[in-house]
Design a protein around this ligand. Structure first.
Ligand code: ADP
Length: 493
């Protein structure tokens, strides 16, 4: 949940969708593990509301539920007294994540049972809460919870929640019941010893509705990947709805992190943001953001700034990101990568590149996670690069556009649903960026080169495109209604 426990786009979605539902008059509570890394100052009115026990591995673990408010959204934090969710980051703590999230799933249902709260919809996300629908239908629905129906959103099919039968046993279910192809067995392990289960597959089978985060990703997941056959079997409850962005959190006209605000009608502030970022990071200032003596900006030299803000994982097209650094430099532009690599090898590869470039005039590689810096960089950027191998939805291109950065993307998943090529004559109305299809460097070059030539040789078209991308409505206004339709289609009236 952004901003308190955000690792990638899922955090933005949870906050943005909750806010959109609240503003439409619905009651929303977000339930979150009380990760030790959450900064308590960001939670207002934090209060202990329930002390109860929740089951794990033959014992009832004393558990506290707290209520608080985060960016105006009510949140219930579940804090077990064992070691689960301890550590300095949201993921990767020194506990068994499968068991911890199964515990969390059960602790949420147990809390509802103890407090007699029966929401219409329990909306779970990703494999981490994929066990909840099983626990609901096979345990709590037979106890006191009758009303809730379950919606599952899949943000990324690659993380499928591998789970052993004994791990499922530990949360109080009989793991052996789920080891069938119709239920939760990982089809690829059938005939192996041991066969494995997938919490994501179990979630798909047991939820009343399944959503994924863009129409194109829906099609892709029905055609490829080992979960395709399960999704096809459950096709009638599977829907693709494009994510929105939280336009309160991402608003260049009010953003507290920016040295100067701007909007589509007045872009002076954007130039200043670019200048501050270039100066702050020690990039060459000979480019088009030089502030002249009279405080105006000299637009005579055209040095576009390309940013890439991403988790540094294979999905994101690492070889294309490293290639872009080289190509942008060759083309006389500037590039900033803001990214964190969970994998040590990837981190050292990018660290090597950082050492190579970070003292130079045109490239900065910042291997940190910084919400604040990300706002600054989107605001400063002329172009935002998203060269993903696959991308269920992708928020970076939408956030970039809101801040006047023209997107350069690979045509996959949600990127294909949100970015349309400037040179596609048959779709001039939607044209808003540069799109390439191949996964090779030449394909990326083709898109980058065209973006640079528009920027340099067609300033009026470029300026028009910047205004146009800023005015595209990628907010939850557009999509929250579709989510609510799904909730309505499954809830008990
Ligand atoms: P994913 O969910 O796969 O990580 P998305 O494009 O959907 O990709 O969402 C990524 C979100 O995380 C965006 O809000 C992006 O700005 C943010 N983000 C990614 N890496 C960083 C980082 N190093 N620092 C700050 N924000 C980041």
């Amino acid at each position: 949940m952004a901003p308190i426990a955000k690792v990638g786009g899922l955090g933005d979605v949870v906050t943005g969708l909750a806010r959109a539902c609240l503003s439409r008059g619905h009651t929303v509570d977000i339930m979150l593990p009380f990760y030790e890394c959450i900064q308590k100052e960001q939670i207002s009115e934090l209060t202990l509301i329930t002390s109860y026990g929740s089951f794990h591995d033959g014992n009832w673990v004393p558990t506290n539920a707290y209520r608080g408010t985060v960016s105006g959204i009510p949140v219930i934090f579940i804090e077990p007294s064992n070691h689960f969710f301890k550590g300095q980051s949201v993921y990767g703590g020194s506990y068994d994540e499968t068991e911890a999230y199964l515990f969390f799933s059960r602790a949420c249902l147990e809390w509802m049972q103890v407090t007699l709260v029966q929401p219409d919809i329990i909306h779970v996300h990703e494999w981490q809460t994929g066990g909840l629908p099983l626990l609901y239908w096979d345990m709590y629905h037979n106890l006191s919870l009758k009303k809730p129906r379950i919606t599952l959103t899949i943000h990324n099919m690659e993380h499928y929640g591998e789970c052993r039968q004994e791990q499922l046993d530990k949360c109080g279910l009989d793991g052996s019941i789920y080891a069938t192809e119709e239920k939760a067995v990982d089809d690829r392990t059938v005939g192996h010893n041991p066969e494995r289960l997938s919490l994501l597959k179990g979630g798909i089978v047991y939820s009343n509705s399944i959503l994924t985060v863009s129409p194109t990703y829906l099609k892709e997941t029905l055609c490829s990947g080992w979960l395709a056959s399960t999704l096809l079997r459950h096709r009638d409850k599977y829907v693709g709805i494009l994510n929105g962005i939280d336009t309160d959190m991402w608003n260049p006209a009010t953003d507290i992190f920016l040295p100067a605000k701007f909007n589509a009608k007045d872009l002076e502030g954007k130039k200043l943001c670019k200048y501050y970022v270039q100066k702050g990071l020690g990039l060459d200032l000979k480019g088009d953001s030089i502030i002249k003596g009279d405080n105006t900006i000299d637009a005579s030299v055209k040095v576009p700034l390309v940013v890439c803000i991403t988790r540094l994982v294979a999905q994101k097209g690492l070889h294309l990101i490293t290639h872009a650094i080289k190509r942008v430099e060759e083309l006389g532009g500037q590039m900033i990568v803001l990214g964190k690599a969970p994998d040590r090898r990837v981190e050292s590869e990018f660290k090597y590149l950082a050492d190579l470039h970070n003292q130079g005039p045109s490239v900065r590689i910042l291997l940190i996670y910084s919400e604040e810096l990300s706002h600054m960089l989107y605001a400063a950027a002329d172009m935002v690069l998203v060269p993903s191998m696959y991308e269920p939805c992708g928020l970076a291109q939408m956030i970039g556009m809101r801040y006047g950065a023209v997107p350069i993307v690979r045509k996959t998943g949600g990127l294909a649903d949100t970015v349309f090529d400037m040179d596609n004559q048959s779709n001039r109305e939607m044209a808003n960026g540069f799109v390439f299809e191949g996964i090779d460097e030449g394909s990326l070059n083709w898109a980058l080169d065209r973006a640079f030539s528009y920027y340099r040789e067609n300033p009026s078209v470029w300026a028009g495109t910047v205004r146009k991308v800023m005015e595209i409505d990628n907010s939850w206004n557009n999509t929250a209604g579709k989510y609510i339709d799904v909730y309505n289609s499954v809830r008990v009236r």
